[in-house]
Design a protein around this ligand. Sequence first.
Ligand SMILES: [Zn+2]
Length: 454
Amino acid sequence: MTPTEHPPTRHTRTYWLEHAWLGTHVEPGVVVEVTDGRITAVSRDAPAPPPGAEILRGLTLPGLANAHSHAFHRALRGTVQVGSGTFWTWREVMYSVADRLTPETYHALARAVYAEMALAGVTAVGEFHYLHHAPGGTPYADPNAMGEALVDAASEAGIRITLLDTAYLSSGFGQPPTTHQLRFSDGSADAWAERCSVLKDRDHARIGAAIHSVRAVPARQLATVAQWAQERRAPLHVHLSEQTAENDACREAHGCTPTRLLAEHGVLGPRTTGVHNTHLTDEDIALLGDTGTGTCMCPTTERDLADGIGPAAALQKAGSPLSLGSDSHAVIDLLEEARAMELNERLRTRTRGHWTAAALLRAASADGHAALGWDEAGTIEPGALADLTTIALDSVRTAGPVPRLGAETAVFAATAADVRHTIVGGRHVVRDGVHALVPDVPRALAAAVEALRS
Ligand SMILES: [Zn+2]
């Protein structure tokens, strides 16, 4: 170093965690040192905060990962609960919202939705993004204008994003896209790959890939998407067997299940995540487990859309790591997703105790981050990204002898409304329940949704 050069400024902070979830148990009085967005030291036995430390009262967890999101579905909340119907009738209403989005209106909506996620303790989101082009399928001047709008929105809301850029080429097996779906399609997997190769990782953003479903990408083009992800060691997500109709159509077209079709085209593997994995055969479960393919359950959406209950316990036992997502955002509450997975299994089997609170938190954090390509997040230990979520222990929902109960109170009693602090890369994005970057999140949500109706 010459005398005129200065060392780079290092931003160091100290946090005192009244209670911390350290992966296996709750520890009282933990000091976490953070430098340049990463945890550099974790020390226990600190009954009082050291001088100058930021105080996090409550139970601090590793930041939560929302592994499956379609930000624009948030505009449907509260509008699709009247009358009967199925996933397929819901989808028609969803398409009517998709038709109206522009890069500007989508940016405003996503910024507000990601701010809602930050308030719910989410520090990283996996955005399964297929709304690529203008209505009718004409590319914008920047063909990635919609994806860039989402990446910017996450930055402005203070959270990390993995943009899972989604190939969506057909409406069904051998069927061209419908009018609504034209804006989702690049025409071919090669054109999809060319467009998303332009997208670049940023500090807060990583680029991954997605196959919308076996309905939406012709079998002979699946390998192109898989190879694109493999070359970049990027996460690859796919909606898998959410509906029995998809399984029936796949058997008719290809004589096998969607899982088998994906396996035969090189889609499965440890960087791949099947989303939903609801209606599977025993062979499907073995295929997913043996290949280390992950499973993202979205229990609040699956129940909202009357999808059914997926075999999450069997999948995990077979070797498929579990993650969680709020998907259609009927609610945005990762704690609710976590307990719903366990409670669904209780209803299905009429027995209790399929997952411990520790296992559910692992799905909501470390394994969710890994599914999104943020392997260095999701734990409170040196070297990890300094992403933290603090749950209040003094609300009407959580008051009680929490330290003795471990994380059970957080997982089985707390809600998103109990999130007191959200810290992303050592930056306080939510402080005392208030978003530091988006001043009035409810108003931002209302305005963004209203703009799509007028
Ligand atoms: Zn989805």
